[in-house]
Design a binder for this molecule. Structure first.
Ligand SMILES: [Zn+2]
Length: 99
């Protein structure tokens, strides 16, 4: 017997309405210096360069967070639930949804 499996057409994309966030932490023992910024990842690089010039520290942790939006396949049950949530949130404000 032949089985046909179809995979739903889900998409995940970056949310253009929210800024990405970048952060960096110095890894030198006992330093604890850190910096974070929204949108401008070049500011993180500049901060690291300045910190290294001042301290000689050159090892860091970099973190980047990008807001995303997941889209369910059109016509799916999940798409209907998302539409209902969006309609309710627009009327009464966002609510916590239990999965
Ligand atoms: Zn440091």
């Amino acid at each position: 017997m032949r089985r046909l499996q179809r995979f739903a057409d889900w998409t995940t994309a970056q949310d253009p309405s929210v800024c990405a966030e970048y952060a960096v932490e110095c890894r030198a023992d006992g330093c604890g210096a850190a910096f974070d910024v929204k949108e401008d990842c070049s500011a993180v690089q500049s901060w690291q360069h300045e910190h290294m010039k001042k301290t000689g520290h050159r090892e860091f942790w970099e973190h980047a967070s990008h807001p995303t939006i997941v889209t369910a396949p059109p016509g799916s049950i999940v798409a209907s639930r998302v539409a209902e949530y969006s309609r309710t949130a627009a009327e009464t404000g966002p609510k916590q949804v239990r999965a």
